[in-house]
Write a protein of this length. Structure first.
Length: 442
């Protein structure tokens, strides 16, 4: 009897260790990708004249922001390249490659020569580094989302999927806090000369550590079973498979379009918009953003767990419809104070969290194993680049040109589109990912 008990109990420790390794390896790498993306925008005022002509500081800032957009352009290519790698070589290898590529981009920016020393060559280095980071970020999300969804127990996949936005938001918050600390302890001349390099070097070093962590992780059983059942030489050609699953690709875009605009408007650019357009104090606005994002992080797992109990569709519809109903009241509530910004951001992010928490699981549940990463990565990256990447600009431009209600109405229309797409989706809660896609291709 004793021997039997020992046999039953012994395997528990490795399984628990594997779960911890999965969560840490996926979460740390994903957080660093988001951190790299955020600190570029946060520290732009300090390093813009290091890469472009100091004689024209406004032009230097605009040029630096234009390079930020280059990263978005590169994301769909990253979704294709790293999605293909994930579906053919493995999720683990693709995840290691994406975070390693992002780390290289950060280190290059952190050690780059300035415009004053090498002229326009400094600008070129910045563009190339941002291209690397854009490629990496375009490949990170589909690879990491697919990995965590395939590793998760089917009955808890919604909860596990919330790790993607939890870790990403932690990365964003860490970048903001680092900005607050550095600008508090360093004077402006120090920030301009060397302080701006610190966050990029920090991101690069931790990115290399994330590569090490991910190299020690195990491949998903779902992928390994797929390889065993269908060797690479016998796999269907990629383009015919993408065309065959174009309906699912369209569903990814429909699911994403409302969520990505709402997320970028409320989680990313709301503090900057409040500073520039509503006159809220810069430091207070940043802290309001930190508070709201902490609320966001706290509620993400709750929505994920709820979706494992009642289904994906009710939670997704709560996100799209609930936020659509609240958009104009939230606009009315947000006036000119930091507490109003913190409150409205928090309310919006509670509803945004309903979609963000489980969207990685829903993406994975729509596609079969052999095309899961690239099938998500390409349409998702295109949608985020086209709609999420332009949201901060449109929010400011529409507000100045047509009034604040114009951008709110634009977001409302996109959320309604997402709600219609969600209503037509099959319920995928609890689906085993070894199975073929639940919705037949168009």
């Amino acid at each position: 009897m004793t021997n039997t008990s020992q046999t039953d109990v012994a395997p528990a420790a490795p399984a628990e260790q594997s779960t911890l390794k999965t969560i840490l390896g996926t979460g740390v790498g994903n957080a660093l990708e988001w951190y790299d993306w955020g600190v570029y925008a946060i520290f732009t005022p300090f390093f813009a004249t290091q890469f472009f002509d100091k004689a024209h500081p406004v032009s230097a800032v605009l040029s630096t922001l234009a390079v930020f957009a280059v990263g978005f352009v590169a994301r769909p290519f990253g979704g294709f390249v790293f999605g293909w790698i994930a579906d053919h070589t493995g999720r683990r290898f693709a995840m290691s490659a994406t975070v390693g590529t992002a780390a290289i981009g950060s280190i290059v920016i952190g050690v780059s020569p300035t415009y004053e020393s090498v002229g326009a060559f400094a600008s070129l280095i910045l563009v190339l580094a941002r291209l690397l980071q854009g490629l990496a970020h375009g490949g990170e999300l589909p690879s990491a989302q697919t990995y965590i969804s395939e590793k998760a127990p089917a009955e808890r996949r919604g909860l596990w999927a919330s790790l993607i936005y939890v870790s990403g938001s932690i990365g964003n918050v860490f970048g903001v806090l680092l900005g607050v600390v550095l600008t508090s302890v360093l004077v402006e001349s120090q920030m301009d000369s060397f302080g701006w390099r610190i966050p990029f070097l920090v991101g690069g070093v931790f990115g290399l550590y994330a590569v090490y962590m991910r190299s020690k992780m195990t491949e998903t059983e779902v992928f390994e079973d797929d390889v065993e059942s269908e060797p690479a030489a016998d796999k269907p050609k990629i383009w015919p498979e993408i065309v065959r699953h174009r309906k699912q690709a369209g569903q990814v875009i429909g699911l994403t379009v409302g969520l990505t605009v709402a997320y970028y408007a409320w989680a990313i650019s709301a503090p900057a918009y409040a500073i520039s357009s509503l006159g809220i104090d810069e430091n207070s606005a940043l802290w309001a953003g930190v508070v709201a994002n902490v609320v966001f992080i706290a509620v993400l797992p709750l929505w994920g767990k709820l979706s494992d109990r009642i289904g994906r569709k009710p939670v997704l519809l709560t996100n799209a419809i609930g936020l659509a109903v609240l958009l104009f009241p939230l606009q009315w509530m947000l006036r000119g104070s930091a507490w109003q910004l913190a409150l409205t951001m928090s309310i919006a992010l509670i509803f945004i969290a309903a979609g963000a928490s489980i969207i990685p699981a829903v993406y994975a549940e729509l596609f079969p194993t052999h095309i899961r990463a690239i099938g998500v990565g390409v349409p998702y990256s295109i949608c985020v680049a086209a709609f999420g990447g332009t949201a901060p600009y449109l929010q400011t431009w529409m507000g100045d040109t047509f009034g604040r209600s114009a951008f709110t109405g634009y977001t409302l229309v996109l959320l309604i589109i997402s709600a219609v797409v969600i209503s037509r989706l099959p319920e995928t809660r609890g689906r085993h990912l070894h199975e073929e896609a639940v919705d037949s291709p168009a």
